[in-house]
Design a binder for this molecule. Structure first.
Ligand code: PHE
Length: 371
């Protein structure tokens, strides 16, 4: 190799040696092997040489370039390893820190929301639609259309919340039950009917088993032949599915609702085992709702031919069902928005109730609350 090339090589190797970080090394590489780099320039001089000179210098220059490239590569490995070691030393992991919980396991579905989903899943499987109506209701739908005329004592029975706003000269009300949705839904569609209407309801009442806002689910089936046997079977099938037991007996007790005739309270078979309430067996009964055959006056208010069509209706307290199924003792705690309560009684969002996967699959809740 010529003396110049030797000198150049020594200089470059020294510069590589002196470069102590990736940026400095890259600057050396560009200055040497880049387009305008010193070795690149040297290689370009081959073009102006005689064939003999080129035969000697070509291999020399190429060896020079390869030596430099190899030296840069080796230095780069050293610099990268040092940088990695420095990072590793800096980024220590504290293995004693608790696991970070995935946010999807942090939020909780309220038991009432969960139970509403369960109810909808069961009735959807039986071919019911889900209907809705407004929480702020006219007295016509909440009372009159349900065969509760003005001055009828049943209007007082309901401890109604009256609004300031009026409609047709009468104050609007917070609906006292989900029954107004019977009339609204029948008005808007044609028989046969098969729907449930879950939602919030309001009465001026508060103790361990009553809150001013609570939840009901209404159910209506109507066509030309529906009778009380269908009602009984529907309720039994629903309750068995909901409480996840083989069979559950119900008992009808004669009652009175202006919007059904005849009217019955629904009692469900149960017994007490110490503190625990067991449903579906035993010789005790617990009231869970009201029911009956839809009063023809109600059908007429909804524009249905009452000589041709008949049907049954029922209304059940959703909060009561949630308390019974998930063992929460005080209804008021349901609506106090206490996160500790919700953490205990709530459901993780990905436990979506379905008839196939299980209605109340709490496996994930158990899993995550253990962490
Ligand atoms: N609406 C009644 C209540 O709130 C329940 C009910 C619904 C009764 C449908 C009969 C039929 O008490």
């Amino acid at each position: 190799m010529s003396a110049d090339a030797k000198k150049l090589e020594a200089e470059i190797l020294a510069a590589i040696d002196a470069a102590d970080d990736a940026a400095a090394l890259e600057a050396v590489r560009v200055g040497v092997l880049g387009k305008k780099g010193s070795v690149s320039a040297l290689l370009k001089t081959l073009g102006g040489m005689t064939p003999e000179e080129r035969q000697i210098n070509g291999p020399l220059f190429n060896v020079l370039r390869d030596t430099i490239a190899a030296a840069i590569g080796a230095k780069k490995t050293i610099i990268d390893a040092a940088a990695l070691n420095a990072r590793l030393a800096e980024e220590t992991l504290d293995m004693t820190l608790p696991l970070e919980v995935d946010p999807q396991f942090e939020g909780r579905i309220h038991p009432v929301a969960q139970v509403m989903e369960e109810i909808a899943a069961i009735f959807a499987d039986m071919g019911f639609d889900v209907a809705e109506g407004p929480d702020i209701e006219s007295q016509f739908y909440n009372f009159t259309a349900l065969n509760i005329p003005e001055a009828h004592p049943a209007r007082q029975m309901h401890d109604t919340f009256y609004m300031q706003a009026e409609e047709e000269g009468a104050p609007l009300v917070l609906r006292t039950h989900t029954s107004p949705v019977q009339v609204r839904t029948m008005q808007d569609s044609a028989p046969p009917f098969r729907f449930i209407a879950p939602g919030r309801t309001y009465r001026c009442d508060s103790d361990q088993t009553h809150t001013p806002m609570f939840h009901q689910v209404e159910g209506v089936v109507g066509d030309e032949t529906t009778h009380m046997g269908h009602l009984k079977h529907t309720l039994e099938a629903f309750l068995a599915a909901f409480f996840e037991v083989e069979n559950i007996a119900i008992r009808f007790r004669p009652s009175y609702f202006p919007f059904t005739e005849p009217s019955m309270e629904i009692d469900m078979q149960c017994h007490r085992d110490g503190d625990k309430l067991v449903v579906g067996a035993g010789d005790d009964w617990m009231e869970i709702g009201g029911s009956g055959m839809v009063n023809p006056h109600v059908l007429r208010h909804a524009g249905i031919d009452a000589d041709k069509y008949q049907g049954f209706a029922f209304g059940m307290g959703i909060d009561r069902l949630a308390m019974l199924k998930y063992g929460a003792p005080d209804l008021r705690a349901f609506f106090e928005a206490d996160l500790r309560w919700l953490k205990h009684y709530g459901f993780v969002p990905i436990d979506v109730p379905g008839l196939a996967g299980g209605l109340s699959n709490k496996s994930l809740t158990t899993l995550t609350s253990a962490t």
